[in-house]
Structure formats: structure tokens, C-alpha cells
Design a protein around this ligand. Structure first.
Ligand SMILES: O=C(O)CCC(=O)C(=O)O
Length: 266
């Protein structure tokens, strides 16, 4: 189901959109939860082998002395690890949302599972996704799916509406009073503008890669499993100007357009 014109306008204005319809039905949700847990169980205790705790505090990403008292587990490229997540890239409710926002020719930049365990789930600090990526042009969209009900208690997304229209923010290494978070960047924001975006299990929100957002620690007794797919229009380049050609085209065809919208040879 394509987004309505009104929903697209809202996304263009706010930089994010809570999707009003379910994107995963009960049986799909149950399958994804099972496969999600199984990938995390296989990776248990293997920081550095595809799984990392982005809430770890230390001097570097592989600091053996790092403080892991808060845990925000990340596994990227779930689609390369598990068939259910490979199929999810092509799930038409997701591609319809992406197509409504970025056009018919769509690649997956990457996907990721972000798991905040109950009670000691760590935070993700304020950032724009493109503060990490530096993609050009910055027209990527991320579909953030809740596999558990996500609310203010277990670390739902908080956003700064309209911030994607204010350009690229300056990012620096995130810090807490305990020390450095080697895996995370942070940007300064006016938190008075922040809005929480609770999302029920099976539903999703989509955000623009320049929209500032963060999530709080999970201090509740409920876990918070989220799955995110970052979609981009074909022809997107790295910050160095190289075309991203390895990433799967999931709808339409690989086309590269110049600034005037004319197709050019890749
Ligand atoms: O799920 C989270 O806690 C953070 C998500 C996020 O930063 C993102 O989807 O870009």
C-alpha cells in the first residue's frame, strides 16, 4: 500500500512518519522474532564477530576493559545471516513505503537489528544517520520496525521534527560521565523540540537520514527488539563519491541520475 499524498507531505515536513497500518502480520512477526532471537543466540558472547554492544564504554571498539553494564546490541546485515531477514528486504509493505518517499529504483544500503535488553538496555545518542554514513545525496530513508511494543519506558525513538531540513549537523564521539562510547556519535540538539514516537509490535516508523533522533536506556522489565532497514535511491554515492553498486537492488532497476534528474551512464 503506497503512502497517501498527505502522509508523504507529512514526512517531507517532519522528516519522519509513524506508519498507520501494520507492516508485519502476527505470523510474520512471530517468525521474525524467532529468527531474530536465534541469530542473537548464535552470536552470544561473540562481541566483534558481527555483534557489538554499541553502549560499551571504553577507549576503543575492542577495549578488553570496556564497561558493558549497559547493553545495546547491534547486528548488521541480518539479511546475509538469515533467510527470513533476506526476504524482509523485499517485503512489499516496506518497499511501498520506500517507493512513496524515494522513488521506484531502490537499493538496500544495509539492515540492522538493534536489541535493548530489559532493565539495562543502553541508549543511542542524538544523531543523524548520515552523520555516520556521509552518503550523497542524503536521501536515504530508514524503516524502523518494532518487534516488541516500543514506548518511552523501554526505549522508543525520540525525534526532532523538521530537523532534516536544517542540513547536516556536526557530530562528535559520544561521551557519558563514565567515559567514551567508541561506537556512537552525538550531535547537539534542542531537546525541548523532542517528540517520542511509540510504535506497537508489527508497526513501523520511517525517518529521513538527516532527521535527528535518539533512544533512551531501557530500564523497564520488557525487552525492546527493533529491526531497521536503510533504503536508498539507486545512484547514491559514498562520501568519497564512489557509486554504491554492491548493495542489492530490491525494486526497480539500477539507474544513476545527474543533478537535473537526467539518467547518466554509471
Ligand atoms: O533503535 C534504536 O535504539 C536506535 C535506532 C536508530 O538510531 C536508527 O534507526 O537510526
Amino acid at each position: 500500500m503506497k503512502l497517501t499524498e498527505k502522509a508523504v507531505e507529512q514526512f517531507q515536513r517532519e522528516g519522519y512518519l509513524k506508519i498507520g497500518h501494520r507492516v508485519l502480520d502476527d505470523s510474520h512477526l512471530a517468525t521474525l522474532r524467532e529468527h531474530y532471537d536465534s541469530v542473537f543466540a548464535q552470536k552470544h558472547g561473540t562481541f566483534g564477530e558481527g555483534m557489538r554492544n554499541i553502549a560499551a564504554i571504553g577507549e576503543s571498539a575492542d577495549d578488553p576493559e570496556a564497561d558493558h553494564s549497559e547493553v545495546m546490541l547491534q547486528i548488521q546485515q541480518m539479511w546475509q545471516r538469515d533467510e527470513a531477514f533476506r526476504e524482509l528486504l523485499y517485503h512489499s509493505p516496506l518497499l511501498d513505503i520506500a517507493e512513496s518517499l524515494i522513488g521506484p529504483n531502490i537499493q538496500v544500503f544495509f539492515d540492522q537489528a538493534l536489541y535493548k535488553p530489559a532493565k539495562h538496555g543502553g541508549a543511542v545518542h542524538w544523531h543523524q544517520d548520515n552523520g555516520y554514513w556521509g552518503c550523497v545525496p542524503p536521501n536515504l530513508v530508514s524503516i524502523w520496525m518494532a518487534l516488541d511494543d516500543a514506548d518511552e519506558e523501554n526505549g522508543c525513538m525520540n525525534v526532532i521534527p523538521g530537523s532534516h531540513r536544517e542540513g547536516g549537523a556536526e557530530h562528535e564521539r559520544a561521551m557519558t560521565e563514565k567515559g567514551k562510547l567508541p561506537a556512537l556519535l552525538t550531535a547537539k540538539v534542542d531537546t525541548e523540540r523532542a517528540v517520542a514516537v511509540p510504535v506497537k509490535a508489527g508497526y513501523a516508523m520511517v525517518h529521513h537520514c538527516l532527521m535527528l533522533h535518539q533512544t533512551n536506556p531501557n530500564t523497564s522489565t520488557r525487552e525492546r527488539r527493533a529491526m531497521i532497514i536503510h533504503y536508498m535511491p539507486t545512484g547514491t554515492r559514498t562520501r568519497e563519491g564512489a557509486l554504491l553498486v554492491e548493495q542489492p537492488v530490491v525494486r526497480g532497476e539500477f539507474q544513476v541520475k545527474d543533478e537535473s534528474g537526467e539518467e547518466v551512464r554509471a
